[in-house]
Design a protein around this ligand. Structure first.
Ligand SMILES: C[S@@+](CC[C@H](N)C(=O)[O-])C[C@H]1O[C@@H](n2cnc3c(N)ncnc32)[C@H](O)[C@@H]1O
Length: 241
């Protein structure tokens, strides 16, 4: 039987089919959620993502998107794929003439988001590591990071923020949604902590320190606002570069 050989050159292959190493924390800590071929089949259920977020998926998704606007103008960057309809809802808000680029380090996740978007969506899918974005300085009007930073070790988190701020235009907006320490009376402060500690070992950094901690040294934002949700378990940060 004749073997099929992919004879395309590196430049001819779609970007996400080119080699890029998987960060160690994804392989070691999050293989079950994102890397394993069965992960997507299991987790790509919005009700499950909503359950993991204690029923707050839609509220957090829409609050984040509202920070970007009901119609979103210019060039938008989504750093890392999200299970559920996050990217579809984001794409629906992109105004005529605007663009949406979605970056992820795992081809399996990029294939998955591509499947969720309607055919011919004006969305570019980019295979890239958040710490080494192959994107020009000052090229985006806004960027969104939804529940990525708590999954990254501290030094990687700082590199991601530095890269995202680099590719934002001066005055551009970055919206971050992630965990935060719940208030002292919140039952999840005590019940959820051991679960996070076991399954998501870097997440508690965000309970103990503000996102400011991982911003590049000397960076002075034009604007920095923080809102918390669900008794403080979640935060939405808006930074204007
Ligand atoms: C945004 S986070 C978590 C999202 C959320 N928990 C959900 O419901 O899907 C998960 C994504 O981040 C991606 N990711 C993790 N580290 C990355 C990195 N260094 N660069 C780009 N993407 C990364 C993973 O491949 C995965 O698709």
């Amino acid at each position: 039987m004749q073997q099929l050989v992919d004879s395309r050159t590196k430049e001819e292959k779609p970007q996400y089919q080119q080699a890029l190493s998987i960060p160690a924390y994804l392989e070691e800590t999050y293989w079950w959620a994102y890397v394993h071929p069965k992960a997507v089949a299991f987790f790509e259920r919005q009700w499950l993502v909503n359950l993991i977020l204690w029923g707050n998926f839609v509220r957090l998704r829409d609050s984040a998107l509202n920070e970007l606007g009901h119609r979103i103008h210019g060039h938008t960057l989504q750093i890392a794929c999200v299970y559920g309809d996050f990217s579809v809802k984001l794409m629906q808000r992109i105004d005529e003439g605007g663009s949406l680029d979605i970056v992820d380090v795992l081809p399996i996740q990029l294939d998955n988001v591509r499947r969720k978007l309607p055919p011919h969506s004006p969305v570019q899918i980019l295979h890239s590591d958040s710490t080494k974005l192959k994107l020009a300085d000052g090229s985006y009007d806004q960027a969104i990071i939804f529940f990525l930073l708590h999954e990254q070790p501290a030094s990687t988190r700082a590199e991601t923020l530095s890269e995202v701020l680099r590719v934002l235009k001066p005055g551009g907006k970055l919206v971050i949604v992630d965990y935060h320490q719940p208030s002292i009376l919140h039952p999840l402060r005590y019940l959820f902590k051991p679960i996070l500690k076991r399954l998501e070992p870097f997440a508690l950094d965000l309970w103990h320190q503000g996102i400011e901690r991982w911003l590049p040294k000397g960076f002075v934002p034009l604007e920095f606002t923080k809102k918390t949700f669900f008794g403080g378990l979640y935060q939405i940060i808006v930074i204007r570069r």
